[in-house]
Design a protein around this ligand. Structure first.
Ligand SMILES: [Zn+2]
Ligand SMILES: [Zn+2]
Length: 354
């Protein structure tokens, strides 16, 4: 299993009230011939929005089929009955990113109803490891993760409890038969529509949004969500700049002609520009708060989690809170506003304000 398998969009860590599921048990008809199915996800997310569309030949495209979980499989089985799917009904399953609440059922779907699986090229290695991790790969990954926790100040006695508390860590995905890479700007069909693949890294390294220019729709995955701020985290071995990338991916959508956004969680939204501005403002504010928290005295990332969120961050949320805090610390460090303190070898990393 890969490091990124741990992240998902969370509500604010600590605010994990379960979401009541307004879940119709059947596909709902949306604009432009699109259908939406809401396979359930345990925990506060409640469900994933899967989008479906049928082309002129009667074959289906599916985006983000949801978590591999028995209640979600049952929902797909009843939808398939209603849509009279037989083997070969699916042309392709597109995956916005590799998180199990999106990718999970992709293999199971194409095994039953045919089709290939498409995702951004940078996501493919992550997808392969999540979909069929060997026990050795999983152990290797857990070792890397433990080292990351210790390096960032999680006390020795807490590391195992923190890993066990994570609800998505044990969630596997069904094996995937065929994978094809989409590159930024790739044109393909999504049902009857022309679709453009938009590479929008940040939430994950190879996150994709789909733009359907004709009906002016944006299928935004976890990149732009209503009410939820997608988790942007620095994970073990993360050499990149996830927050810088995420903010760049928000700016990239600013001029896109879009009349409606169909995200992978919660409800659709109409005003893309307004939501982009809110998300940018949210991160600017978090960066300032993070800087202030560091300025209160040198601290490890784990200590900063409790300064930034609440002192009672639930264990189930601590890993995401830590990853997110590290993404903000990385940004502040690269922009010269904080620095790392030199410590003895083996000491956790501590940060101080400049
Ligand atoms: Zn996600
Ligand atoms: Zn998600």
């Amino acid at each position: 299993m890969d490091d990124h398998a741990l992240s998902h969009p969370g509500d604010r860590p600590g605010a994990a009230a379960p979401q009541p599921l307004p879940q119709p048990e059947r596909p709902e008809r949306l604009e432009a011939g699109l259908l939406r199915l809401r396979p359930p996800v345990p925990g506060p997310l409640g469900w994933t929005n899967s989008y479906l569309a049928r082309d002129e030949d009667g074959r289906w495209s599916v985006l983000d089929p949801g978590l591999d979980w028995p209640p979600a499989r049952r929902l797909w089985e009843s939808a398939a009955r209603e849509l009279a799917w037989a083997k070969g009904a699916i042309r392709e399953v597109v995956v916005s990113h590799f998180h199990p609440d999106h990718l999970g059922l992709a293999g199971w779907l194409v095994e039953r109803w045919g089709g290939r699986v498409l995702a951004h090229a940078r996501e493919l290695p992550l997808i392969r490891r999540v979909a069929s991790p060997s026990p050795a790969e999983r152990e290797r990954y857990l070792a890397v993760l433990r080292a990351y926790l210790v390096e960032n100040g999680v006390p020795g006695g807490e590391t195992e409890a923190l890993l066990e508390a994570n609800p998505l860590i044990a969630r596997a995905s069904s094996p995937l038969p065929r994978l094809e890479a989409l590159h930024d700007g790739a044109l393909f069909r999504f049902g009857p529509h022309r679709a453009v693949a938009l590479w929008t890294p940040g939430h994950t390294a190879g996150h994709l949004c789909l733009h359907l220019p004709e009906p002016a729709l944006l299928l935004s995955g976890d990149h732009v969500l209503e009410r939820i701020t997608p988790n942007v985290s620095l994970w073990p071995g993360g050499a990149g700049e996830p927050l810088e990338e995420y903010l760049g991916s928000l700016r990239r959508l600013e001029r896109l002609p879009v009349s409606r956004v169909l995200p992978a969680h919660r409800e659709s939204l109409d005003d893309l520009a307004a939501r982009l501005a809110q998300l940018q403002a949210h991160h600017r504010e978090r960066l300032e708060r993070c800087h202030e928290a560091v300025a209160r005295g040198p601290a490890t990332a784990y200590e900063l989690v409790f300064r930034l969120f609440s002192p009672e961050v639930a264990r189930t949320q601590q890993l995401f809170a830590l990853g997110e805090t590290l993404a903000h610390l990385r940004w502040l460090e690269r922009h010269g506003r904080i620095r790392r303190l030199a410590g003895k070898p083996g000491d956790p990393v501590r940060f101080a304000a400049r």
